[in-house]
Design a protein around this ligand. Sequence first.
Ligand code: GBH
Length: 490
Amino acid sequence: VTTAWCFVDLSFPPGFKFGVASSAYQVEGAWNISDKSESIWDHFSHTHPERIAGAAHGDVACDSYRHWKRDIQMVHELGVHFYRFSISWPRLMPTGFPNYISEDGKQYYNKLIDGLLAKGIQPLVTMYHWDLPQRLQELGGWTNPLVTDWFLDYARTVFSLYGDRVKTWITINEPLVMCEMSYNDGSMAPGIISPEVGTYLCNKHTLLAHAKAWRLYDNEFRHKYHGEISLVNHMFWYEAVMSGEEEITELAQENSAGRYSHPIFSKEGGWPSSIVDALALNSKRQGYPKSNFPSLTKEEIELMKGTYDFYAMNHYTSRQVRKSKGGEKFGSWPINDGPDLDIKLSAHHSWARTAASWFYVNPPGIRKQLVWLRKHYGNLKFIIAENGYPSSGGKHDPDRIAYLHDNLEQILLAIQEDGVNVTAYTVWSLMDNFEWMDGYKTKFGLFEVDFNSPERKRTPRASAHYYRKVIKAHSLDVPRPHYRPEPSSS
Ligand code: GBH
């Protein structure tokens, strides 16, 4: 990888867009306000407090249900072009089905969308960021094939209500992460451990649900609203420890990026063949008479193929990959309790650690991942839908600033040196929020949130000021702020 000094230009291409992100369960609170029903995260956090750091939950979170005006003001202060947030399915459709639409839920998102547009900020709306109505979970959730039609009904509702104003849609946030953590290791809601069956049903059904929603938009809404829609995939960049082990590294990529991209973005569609083979072998080893990895019919392959308008990627960190030596456990997520792919993961000693145990800093990974995606699926329109840095608190956050700078620099290199068509970048997150199993311990916010104050006071960090300058200059050629160490609180 070339370094910064060979830059021609530190500015971003004209038309390159900057944004900032959040998600409903992580910020909204108001979990039982009005007619909202329980989501799987309400249920999980209330019934399994021991699974979440500090027994935390999102009952109040940042209280964005009440403080949405302040949120819009913050987004405006940053000067971003768009705000990525998600709609809570159980807030809008408390039964899970379109027989009943919550008036309060509907108005909440109307106010948010209209408030953003009034300030010239585009809403980028995620339809599903992991908060399934609990009632649908009781019917099997993402393992029930009917979920694809339940999601389709939900999609029709949100397109009908908001499609006149929302021009960029994300169907599902990180289906890989959600299927692995909900059904493989069971660490996320609904906390089911079914690595051999549940994970793969979820894999297939999330992709089919996405595809049906995309086709609905394409057939019935695109001609009037002219928007764009895709899903967002999360991936670690995988790097071979030793040369000669590129094949196993490629298998790790196909297991994470490929399993959720190939059916939609590749020319031929369907699962990546290396994964079909590896998982068939794995099922055999586990004593099953046939592969547990669900096959796809010709119709399903056609249904999924080409259902995108852009490629959205969430990217944070990297792993090293090598072939595991006989009997060795596989290392870290998402190849831990899952299939035995004979892969061992680790982190390079030079990659700095962060406040989150899974997160090591390796900025070149984002560039290499973009190049990998382009090689496999073509030079699509790429958007970075999440990238950000976890700290343990404090308003002076030089580490976060360095991370944002270094990742943006790698994105510029991908654009200028490699010719990858990256068109947008999104920081996770607008503000500190409920960080799933980490509770409120790890902080990703450009704005700090005081969770002890009744109004959930938000204060910009140094990184918020830095990001504002980058956006305003449309360039990385801006001074980084000076830091004074925060006075110790003792
Ligand atoms: C994103 O997921 C989410 O979209 C967002 O909601 C979240 O707040 C944000 O990132 C920051 O975490 O090695 O078993 O400890 C990121 C994807 C994938 C993060 C797997 C943590 C490691 C689990 N994640 N993961 S483990």
